[in-house]
Design a protein around this ligand. Structure first.
Ligand SMILES: C[S@@+](CC[C@H](N)C(=O)[O-])C[C@H]1O[C@@H](n2cnc3c(N)ncnc32)[C@H](O)[C@@H]1O
Length: 235
């Protein structure tokens, strides 16, 4: 006996009407709750609470912003892996893509030579303001800009060559064309023998790294949310 055919499911217009508004209202409520939590954590003066406030701040920008591409700042394990892969002992000019609140930035500065320079390019203005306020180091410059136009962002700073580029931008959110363009510009920016170190949650970049760099290797860090690949490419 053949099964009776089900009528195709169609969303009911009246059920959908107003859904956008309801989602918007819930997000607003969630956001004000989040702001309360941040204010409470700040008031308590306790070190752990200050740490909670920083994490909550990140979540707030995450809800507000576009192209953040991650649920939390990189873990200390991923940060250390990135900084090690960058091999900073001899580097004089280091460029960071997408520093956000600066977890990788601080570790890079810790490992860099006293006469080296770090230029961090961030697209999100809230993150940029926080980064500028928090990271006080004469070797450091934070600049507002889009890494898709990295050549134009760096030109006014007189930076035309870099020894290392360390990236936290979400490559998976860029189109294939944009990824290729960023890698072409990055490879042009790097000196011969320079390194490009990037983390990512997918393997999208592998074929393109092959096209743009003379060699590369891949590591994997499970102690991160989400677990992440670390790509190290050499020009
Ligand atoms: C996944 S977060 C990484 C943050 C931090 N580096 C870390 O490891 O926790 C990605 C960062 O890249 C920034 N970003 C995204 N697209 C960008 C672009 N086109 N140019 C510059 N920054 C960008 C986002 O605003 C965000 O701060």
């Amino acid at each position: 006996m053949s099964k009776p055919k089900r009528a195709p499911l169609r969303p009911r217009r009246d059920a959908l009407e107003g859904l956008g508004d309801r989602i918007g209202q819930s997000l607003k409520k969630g956001m004000s709750k989040l702001e309360e939590l941040i204010a409470d954590s700040r008031k308590s003066g306790d070190e752990n609470a200050a740490c909670d406030a920083r994490l909550l701040d990140y979540v707030k920008v995450l809800i507000d912003g576009k192209n953040i591409g991650s649920v939390a700042p990189s873990s200390k394990y991923l940060v250390e892996r990135m900084a090690k892969a960058a091999d900073l002992e001899s580097a004089r000019v280091v460029v960071e893509y997408g520093p956000a609140t600066g977890v990788i930035t601080r570790r890079l500065l810790h490992k860099m030579r006293p006469d080296a320079r770090l230029i961090a390019v961030e697209y999100n203005e809230t993150f940029l303001a926080e980064l500028t306020a928090r990271v006080k180091d004469p070797r450091f410059t934070a600049v507002h800009g889009d890494v898709r136009e990295i050549d134009r962002v760096l030109a006014p700073l007189g930076v035309t060559r870099a020894d290392r580029v360390v990236s936290g931008v979400p490559f998976a959110l860029f189109s294939g064309h944009e990824r290729r363009a960023i890698l072409t510009k990055t490879s042009t920016l790097l000196v011969p023998g320079g390194r490009f170190v990037a983390f990512g949650y997918t393997t999208h970049l592998i074929p393109m790294l092959k096209d743009h760099f003379s060699s590369f290797d891949i590591q994997f860090e499970v102690r991160n949310l989400p677990p992440s690949f670390v790509f190290t490419a050499r020009k």
